[in-house]
Design a protein around this ligand. Structure first.
Ligand SMILES: Nc1ncnc2c1ncn2[C@@H]1O[C@H](COP(=O)(O)OP(=O)(O)O)[C@@H](O)[C@H]1O
Ligand SMILES: [Mg+2]
Length: 256
């Protein structure tokens, strides 16, 4: 097997008024050698006060289908900035970002939003669940916002919560769940509309090592069953062992 099959993922993803997505019988066409995403010579600078800070300084990377790719690096090195660009939430100052066949660097905000709603799911350190809604209702909300036909909600919510191991906690609200369980609801929510790419910004940072390991096992499971690619950030050395590929960021550049 090729390396990306070998072993062992800003911002609420609020998607409104989406076209109905594909039906529940589901196969994704995967071309493993073709990158899902390609980042070429990407720079991102911010204007701050009278000056300019260069945060990303020539990033080259690719994400291949079904890979679990990790970005590591100190706080402030530029990981979240890069994740925002990959997710089409922000535009590079210079360089190219091509997701599937879409050139994000040439796309309008509206075009990127449409692609994002359909193809990308986000997971955050702080879970970003609706506190008054049950696990079930949180996942259902994601489907409602993605424009998935109502007739598919029940089966899909059930499937996603089962997949993350919360089949028995479907009607609990976030405050009745542990941190690890809340993050698993957030994963179910992120995959519900069948994105091809999941972006996760420090998804295990607030969890102990055992819960972090559970999240990684859920990630492996969803790569296999939902055929997603995951790009995530972390500093945890144990978690990094699970990666198919690790990019290390130092001061806006990758070091090898
Ligand atoms: N919108 C912005 N305006 C100005 N500076 C920013 C902005 N976003 C990020 N930065 C700066 O870019 C640097 C990298 O931030 P970030 O990508 O969040 O790093 P990391 O996720 O690795 O901790 C930091 O110095 C941060 O202050
Ligand atoms: Mg960050």
């Amino acid at each position: 097997m090729t390396s990306w099959f070998r072993k062992k993922g800003t911002l609420e993803t609020i998607a409104l008024e989406e076209e109905p997505l594909a039906s529940s019988s589901f196969t994704r066409s995967i071309t493993p050698h073709t990158p899902l995403l390609r980042v070429s010579d990407v720079h991102r600078s911010f204007q701050v006060g009278g000056g300019k800070i260069d945060v990303l300084k020539g990033i080259e990377m690719e994400l291949r289908p079904l890979q679990l790719v990790m970005l590591k690096g100190r706080s402030g090195s530029g990981k979240t900035t890069l994740l925002n660009l990959i997710g089409g939430l922000d535009l590079p100052t210079k360089g190219e970002i091509v997701f599937q066949e879409h050139a994000f660097h040439h796309s309008s905000d509206d075009d990127r939003t449409l692609i994002r709603r359909k193809e990308i799911g986000f997971i955050f350190q702080s879970y970003a669940l609706m506190p008054l809604l049950s696990a079930w209702e949180n996942v259902e909300l994601a489907l409602r916002m993605a424009g998935t036909p109502r007739s598919q909600w029940k089966e899909r919510v059930h499937h996603c919560l089962d997949l993350v191991g919360l089949g028995k906690r479907m009607h609990h609200r976030p405050y009745e769940l542990s941190g690890g369980e809340q993050q698993r609801v957030a994963i179910a929510k992120a995959i519900a509309h069948r994105p091809s790419l999941i972006l996760a910004d420090e998804p295990t940072a607030e969890l102990d090592s055992q819960m972090g390991a559970q999240i990684m096992s859920v990630f492996r499971n969803i790569i296999a069953t939902e055929q997603v690619t995951i790009c995530m950030t972390t500093h945890d050395p144990t978690i990094l062992e699970d990666a198919d590929h690790v990019y290390e960021m130092v001061d806006g550049r990758f070091v090898t």
